[in-house]
Design a protein around this ligand. Sequence first.
Ligand SMILES: C[S@@+](CC[C@H](N)C(=O)[O-])C[C@H]1O[C@@H](n2cnc3c(N)ncnc32)[C@H](O)[C@@H]1O
Length: 222
Amino acid sequence: MRNLLKKITHPFLKLGLKLYYSKPRNYCYENVCVKVHPDVFPPHLTLSTKILLDFIKPINLSNKTFLELGCGSGIISLFAAKKGAQVTSIDINIIALDFLKESAIKNQLELTIIESNLFENLTEHSFDYVIINPPYYPKNPKNIKEQAWFCGTNFDYFEALFTQLPNYKIESNSIYIILSEDCELDKIKAIAKKNNLSMKCVSQKSVVKEINYIFIIDKIES
Ligand SMILES: C[S@@+](CC[C@H](N)C(=O)[O-])C[C@H]1O[C@@H](n2cnc3c(N)ncnc32)[C@H](O)[C@@H]1O
């Protein structure tokens, strides 16, 4: 779907979308609602967020610890909290976190919200679930908004992520990442492997002719 957004070339449609997203917009899932600032990843059209929400819906999250790495609007974090999880939400985008604090109050749900570049400011190391919807286009982000989309020309985001992630992988927990056929899957898997991590597809969904995959990340036993 991020691919689809890129493919929209009709000038009126492009202008319409730009105008629509020039002010904060609400997004709701199962009676949980967030307000999304224009500088924050929009879950409305980019269906990866909805695919993850549908994926976690049947999971029993009651009293589980849950980390959303790069939470953006925080809709996934809030939904997990509604399902009874103890949720930590981290992002580098302060606007996203400020809006999420408001959304948490409005939904009467509790989250631990931390501004952090990946795991940098996190003191807790053990989470039952870690959910990641990463930026994956290989370009250098020019501003905070673009950090939601671009992982750096040298896949810097994934290099850093997969270096740090082994510290958060224990035998009993589950780490999920969503990626699209539109991104360089082989390159991303190779960076994981370099850090002794495997990525196994556990779910795939085709939306408007684009396949999205959810991978579970495990340590490669030597
Ligand atoms: C594709 S968006 C996903 C947002 C949200 N999880 C969702 O599914 O709607 C990626 C998010 O990761 C955040 N992000 C990018 N680089 C990051 C980093 N180094 N550390 C923490 N968050 C980061 C972005 O600000 C953005 O909110």
